[in-house]
Each structure stands twice: as C-alpha cells, then as structure tokens.
Design a protein around this ligand. Structure first.
Ligand SMILES: *[C@@H]1O[C@H](CO)[C@@H](O)[C@H](O)[C@H]1NC(C)=O
Ligand SMILES: *[C@@H]1O[C@H](CO)[C@@H](O)[C@H](O)[C@H]1NC(C)=O
Ligand SMILES: *[C@@H]1O[C@H](CO)[C@@H](O)[C@H](O)[C@H]1NC(C)=O
Ligand SMILES: *[C@@H]1O[C@H](CO)[C@@H](O)[C@H](O)[C@H]1NC(C)=O
Ligand SMILES: *[C@@H]1O[C@H](CO)[C@@H](O)[C@H](O)[C@H]1NC(C)=O
Ligand SMILES: *[C@@H]1O[C@H](CO)[C@@H](O)[C@H](O)[C@H]1NC(C)=O
Length: 732
C-alpha cells in the first residue's frame, strides 16, 4: 500500500470521526458508537467531549470486556442515536419480590433507577411498556414532581392466576402477566408493590416471586416458566428519549426559541442545514438535520448532503436520478415522458413532437384517405348490387327487348344529368344521347321495395312489350340506383299541354287536320294499351301533358303510364285516388276503382282541349267541361267554345262531332261512355269524311254520323292510377 493511500485513508477516517464526535474524543466503546453531544471525557484532551449531562463512561463489563455506561451509573448503554430520533437504548434492572409458602417476604428489589429530572433522559413513552409478572399481584411505578400526591404519575397493573396451569405462554393479559402503556415524562424506574395483606402469596409455590419492569415494546414475550424461574438479576432493555434541557445542570430548561435567542450562547444546533425541534417528552429541544441532509447537527458542518440517488428505496426515481445539494432531480429518460412526477410513477415512451407531427399526420391522413376511398368504393359497389337486386335486376336481365344500363353507362348517356327536359312524376326528366346518337329521356321510376318488386318488374316487362307508334317506348333501365331510372324514347316536340296552352312564343298554328290526327293517334295508343292481351293495362293519368309529340310530324306518343301508377295500387282498388285535377273520372274518384272507362273520361277532356284550345280551367275559374255541357245543353252546339283559329264554317261539323264524342266520353254513367276502340274509330271516320267531303262535296250524308253509343264496353280493372306531378286527391 502506498504511503499516500494510507494518508488519504487516515484523513478520511478522521473526517468520518469528526462527524461523530469532537476531534480527539473517543467515539466508540464496547462496539457502541458514541456520537456528540455524547462523549467520553478523557485526560489530556483540551475540548469537552460531550455536552453537559451527556457524559458516557467506558467501563469494564463482567466478562473482561468494555461497555459504555451512563457516566456515574451502572446503567449499560446499548446504543446512542442522534438522527432521526434522539435516543439512548439502555439496560435497566427488574423489580422483584419473593415469598415463602406462608406468605412471608423473602427478599425484594424496587429496581430503582432515578434519572435526574433536570437531566437529559426521559423514559420513552412511545417505545416502552410496563410489564408485571405474578399470580396475585399489584405493581405500579410512580414518577414526576409532586402533585396532589407525592408524584404526578402513577401507572401499573394487577395480575392473578388460580394455579400454575392457567397462565399461558405468549399471553400477557392478566393471568400471570399484565402489561400497560406508560405516560411521557417518566424520569424514574422503580416499582411499588401492593400490600401483602391484600395481595396474599400464601401457598403460592407455583409463583413464588413477583416481577415488574419497563421494557422496550415487543422485546419481552411472556413465558409461564418465568413465574418460577426468572432471575432476580435480570435486566431489560428500554429506550430513553433525550433532549437538551438546560445549558447546565442547574439552569432552567428551554425550548428552541429560547435556546436560539439565548444571549449566553450554547445553542446546540451548530451545523449548517440543521434545525431545532422542541422535545415531546419533557422540556428542552433537540437538533435535526434539515430535509435532504444527514449526519450530526450538533457538530459544525455535521449535516451533509444525502445522495438520494444511492437510496432508491427511500428516495424513489423512475427516471434518471441526479443528486443535488439538499435534494435530487429525477427526470424521464430521453424519449420518455410522465404526466406527473417521475419520482412517483413510471415514465412512458413518447414520440418527439416533430416526428409525431410528420409521421402521425401524414400517415394518419393518407391512411384515412385510402381507407375512406376504399370503403366508399366497396360500399358503392355493394350498394349498387343491392339496388340491382332490390329493383328486380335478376328478373329484368332476362327480358329481351330492354337494355339494363349500368350506372356508369347511364351517367355517360345523360352526361351526368346535365340537361333537364322537365319534371316527371317522380323527379326530373333528363335528356340523354345513346352511343348511336339516338336521343332518349331518362327519368326516375317509383322507389322499389320488396313488396313492390314484383309489381315493378312486371310493369317494366309490360311496358317493354308495349310496342306501338303512339306509345312512348321503354328502351331500358338502370337498377344500380336507389330509385330505378327508366330510359325512354325521346319526343322532340315536347308535350301537347305545352303546345296547346304553352307560352305564346312557343305556340304553333294547329290546323284542325293536325288536331284530329293527334286525337286519333293518341286514341290509337290508348286503344292498343287497353287491348293488351297479356294484362289489362290502364293509363290512369291521361292528359295533354302525358301526350308527347314526336319530331316535326307531331306524332303523339302516350307516356307516363305503368310504373308510376304502381305505387298506390292494391290489385283492383287503391286507397288513394291519384290522377290529375280536371281529368280525373268522378266515378274513379268516388269508388277508387280505376277502369278503362276512366281513361276514356280523361280522353274526353283532352278532346275538348283540342277543339277549344282552352285548359280545363280557364278565364275566371271557368271549367271547360261545365262550359261545354252548358253549351250543348242550351244550344245543342259547342260553337261558342271552339278555338277561333279552327272555327271556320267548313270545320264546324267536324268540331261539333268531336265535341259530341267528348261529351259521351264524359258521361257520368260509365256504361254510357264509348270505349277507346270506338272513340278511335269514330275519330278516324271523321277524318275520312272530311277527306271525302273535300274530294266529293257532301261528306255529311256519306258517313251519316250518328252520335250514339253503340256498345257498352266491359270495364275491366286492374292496373292502377297514380301520380304525376299534379295534385293527389285522397278518397274519402
Ligand atoms: C468544558 O465544560 C466546562 C463546564 O462543564 C467549562 O467550564 C469549560 O470551559 C469547557 N471547556 C471547553 C474547552 O469548552
Ligand atoms: C463484555 O465485553 C465483551 C467485549 O466487548 C463482549 O464480548 C461480552 O459479551 C461482554 N459481556 C457482557 C456480559 O456484556
Ligand atoms: C416465612 O418467612 C417469614 C418472614 O420472613 C418467617 O417468619 C417464616 O418462618 C417463614 N416461613 C417458612 C416456612 O420458612
Ligand atoms: C383453582 O385452584 C384450586 C387449588 O389448586 C383447584 O382446586 C381449583 O380447581 C382451581 N380452579 C380452577 C377454575 O382452575
Ligand atoms: C417550541 O416551543 C416553544 C414554546 O413551547 C414555541 O414557542 C416554539 O414555536 C416551538 N418551536 C418549534 C420549532 O416548534
Ligand atoms: C429529522 O429530520 C428528518 C429528515 O428531515 C425527518 O425525517 C425526521 O422526522 C426529523 N426528526 C424529528 C424528530 O423531527
């Protein structure tokens, strides 16, 4: 070992020593550390090794060794401590008293130890208890300055046992053993006995002696054998509290405040980072190092910083620990964080903010977008398939003369619904152009649900089979949408409603021949519809707005029948009568029973409009039907009602005949109305008659028109009425 190392070690040792006791003073004895203010005074040392009253002697023990004792006593010191509590652990003798079989006392000891009441020691009330052993015994201690009696404290307990067999090991509850807490402030250890007259020990060989002692709590465990065999020289460990009670033995005791202010000096808490604490057991004070420091507050610089990081059990840190003067820092490791303090709970990993932003946001957003798009696509596709199925796609796929368009195809055809043709029964009607440049009209059908699916598919099939020049042709449909879209033949000249009653700007001259043609061909369309072999079809909403006109030849095309009527149909009857005001058959209105004759009625109104070019309600709330009725009733002629444009004399006969035919169509009694076949035929005859007349001069005689109904046609009923854009009237 190098000399320098020895030197360092020596200096370290002396530094350590100096933190325990005064320089040059002995700091241990018999293996017990003697910290200042305790000290063992020695010859030739020119400092006082202890504070007054704290003197310790190093004495011979009975087996040739050394043991510290309280100076000038035989009280063995087991340990002395300054921090965290001021304590002296010592051994004190037990008190005892023994008896012979006749109850005579054969010897006793009070175990007396009197600690100077102005001195530093008090028996610790918190760490000790009083124990009494015996079988008919009262023992108590007394202490403190005089009060009403000689002492201010009396405490003790009594114990009894019938025979030796009743006491139990480990049980100190009044049978052979009792124990009791003690009050603070006890300066004396000595036991008093109850009088032997009261507490007889006659015939008590099983327990010849009584014992009493104060002992450290938890140290003594009762054994029944102790009643007979405990040595009268037995000592018991107990704890003493100590404090600086007075400047010297004669002076009065003082508190922290008094000590610190004392002009005479002698304040014991001399170290930096030390504090004064008032004594809780007796007067005086003691010193403590402040928080974060340890050592000896009674020595200059005796309180030293605690390296808390080396004692994780006492000073927890879940992060990185860093000692500081009087305290310590504890931070989470890089990349970790903690919502509270890492001294209290674990840190958890964190993303650096930048990375979080960069990665999190970009990843999050792109993931979101991708998954959103994907979900949308999947959903769209699924929805389209659902709609296709719901709308009866699997059945309609097999129908020959219609085409099933995909949604995409339809969007292409209508250029995403860019051109609106008008308002249909259930929504807008869009113009579309097929691949081969054929114009079409695309419009919404009814909404199809499971209940209506069959009706819808049937209707589409029927419509697809309605192939007639005067019926608008259903070309196809698109089922991949919620409400199926139907693709129809396009009629370039709009509808008859607009042509007859539209803006003046759009009005075209309509000679009677043209009007007759329109009437005839519309009637043909309806006749064809009514004569359909497969199923009785009724239009349900005949009116000029539903008679479309093709290109420049004004070929009428009946439209808006079928699907739009399904909604309210329940076989033959409908809960709601739907149709258009002014055209609706009053019988249908009353009964909810839609027949072919209902269409005839409506067509009658169309005829009146054709010859008068007046809407159903005109002027000041005049009804076209009522006015015609009145004219025919009063004058047997509709002359006043005819459109001036065509009311030339040579036309009057034709007009009158059409008017009369219309009046028949409008008959209240269903069976008095002609059927569509008859209407069409009579109109055709009128046209032929005119041609003849122009060719032969007397067409009237030739055809000999008789305005009489020839037959009452059967009023089969099945198809349904419904809806166009006009008013819905509910059936009472
Ligand atoms: C030691 O204590 C005595 C009184 O107990 C005192 O008179 C003396 O001055 C002290 N000596 C030193 C070196 O403090
Ligand atoms: C006496 O002292 C020696 C050495 O310190 C120790 O080994 C021994 O146990 C002590 N005896 C008693 C009775 O305290
Ligand atoms: C018991 O002790 C008393 C007093 O000490 C004495 O007088 C008596 O003789 C003793 N009895 C016996 C049996 O020893
Ligand atoms: C008490 O002791 C007497 C005498 O030894 C004995 O006869 C009696 O049975 C004991 N009683 C109880 C309750 O142990
Ligand atoms: C100590 O006790 C005194 C009086 O009993 C009191 O004035 C003082 O505030 C106490 N000091 C402390 C630190 O508790
Ligand atoms: C002494 O100080 C320590 C640390 O500051 C503390 O834990 C302890 O309770 C104090 N002792 C007393 C008796 O106040």
């Amino acid at each position: 070992m190098s000399p320098s190392l020895v030197l360092i070690m020596l200096s370290l040792a002396s530094t350590a020593e100096s933190l325990i006791g005064k320089p040059g003073c002995q700091t241990t004895c018999g293996g017990v550390t003697i910290p200042y203010p305790f000290g063992i005074s020695a010859e030739g040392v020119n400092v006082n090794c202890s504070l007054p009253g704290f003197e310790i002697s190093c004495a011979n023990n009975h087996s040739g060794g050394l043991m510290p004792v309280l100076a000038n006593t035989e009280i063995e010191v087991l340990s002395l401590s300054v921090m965290p509590r001021p304590e002296a652990r010592v051994r004190l003798p037990v008190a005892w008293s023994c008896y012979n079989s006749t109850g005579g006392n054969t010897g006793f000891s009070y175990g007396t130890v009197e600690l100077n009441p102005t001195g530093v020691y008090r028996i610790s009330d918190t760490h000790n208890e009083l124990v009494v052993l015996g079988c008919n015994t009262l023992m108590y201690t007394n202490s403190g300055p005089p009060g009403r009696y000689r002492y201010s404290f009396y405490t003790g307990c009594m114990t009894y046992c019938n025979d030796s067999g009743t006491a139990q090991d480990g049980k100190c509850a009044g049978i052979g053993c009792c124990h009791v807490d003690i009050p603070p402030g006890l300066t004396d250890n000595w036991m008093q006995f109850g009088s032997t007259t009261t507490w007889s020990h006659v015939d008590q060989e099983f327990s010849p002696c009584d014992y009493g002692f104060i002992v450290e709590k938890g140290y003594y465990t009762f054994r029944a054998s102790d009643l007979t065999s405990m040595s009268v020289k037995q000592t018991m460990p107990l704890r003493l509290d100590w404090a600086i009670r007075a400047r010297n033995i004669r002076s009065v005791s003082m508190s922290c405040a008094e000590a610190a202010n004392s002009r005479a000096g002698g304040y014991a808490c001399v170290s930096q980072h030390s504090e004064c604490v008032n004594s809780t057991n007796g007067p005086g004070y003691f010193c403590n190092c402040t928080r974060g420091y340890e050592g000896n507050p009674y020595i200059v610089d005796g309180c030293t910083n605690i390296n808390e990081c080396e004692r994780p059990a006492e000073y927890p840190c879940y992060g990185v620990c860093h000692d500081t003067e009087g305290s310590y820092d504890c931070k989470c490791r890089r990349g970790y964080q903690n919502s509270g303090s890492p001294k209290e709970k674990d840190c958890s990993p964190k993303f650096p903010l930048a990375a979080k932003l960069a990665l999190g946001i970009s990843l999050g957003i792109s993931f979101l977008i991708v998954s959103l798009l994907f979900a949308l696509m999947v959903r769209q596709k699924r929805k389209m398939n659902e709609y296709f199925k719901k709308n009866g796609g699997s059945i309609l796929q097999k129908v020959e003369n219609i085409k099933i368009f995909t949604k995409d195809e339809l969007n292409k055809i209508t250029k995403n619904n860019s051109e609106v043709l008008g308002q249909g029964g259930f929504g807008k009607v869009y113009k579309g152009i097929l691949a081969d440049n054929i114009m079409v009209a695309v419009k919404a059908s009814i909404e199809v649900n499971d209940a209506r699916k069959e009706d819808f598919t049937n209707e589409v099939i029927i419509q697809s089979q309605m192939i007639h020049t005067n019926i608008i042709k259903l070309l196809g449909c698109c089922l991949e949408v919620d409400v199926p879209m139907l693709v129809y033949e396009f009629a370039a000249n709009g509808n008859l409603q607009d042509i007859l009653h539209g803006d003046a700007s759009r009005r075209v001259p309509l000679p009677l021949e043209l009007r007759l043609d329109i009437a005839i061909e519309s009637a043909e369309g309806l006749r064809y519809m009514h004569s359909s072999a497969k199923r009785t079809v009724r239009h349900g909403d005949v009116k000029p707005a539903n008679i479309l006109l093709d290109d420049d030849k004004f070929i009428p095309k009946i439209s808006d029948f079928g699907t739009s009527k399904l909604l309210t149909v329940d076989k033959d009857f409908t809960m709601f009568v739907v149709g258009s005001m002014g055209y609706i058959d009053p019988v249908f209105h009353k009964t909810g029973h839609l027949t072919k004759k209902s269409d005839v009625y409506s067509f009658g109104v169309v005829l009146l409009e054709l010859i008068s070019r007046k809407p159903t309600i005109y002027g000041e709330n005049l009804s076209l039907i009522i006015e015609f009725h009145r004219a025919y009733e009063q004058e047997n002629s509709g002359r006043t009602m005819f459109d001036k444009e065509i009311a030339a004399e040579e036309n009057i006969f034709t007009l009158e005949e059409i008017g009369k035919l219309a009046m028949e169509c409008l008959k209240e009694k269903v069976e008095e109305r002609p059927d569509m076949k008859e209407v069409a035929e009579r109109l055709v005859m009128l046209r032929r008659a005119r041609k003849h007349a122009y060719g032969q001069g007397n067409y009237i005689e030739e055809i000999g028109i008789e305005a009489t109904p020839k037959s009452t046609s059967s009023s089969a009923t099945l198809s349904a009425p419904s809806t166009p854009a006009t008013k819905h009237i509910s059936n009472p």
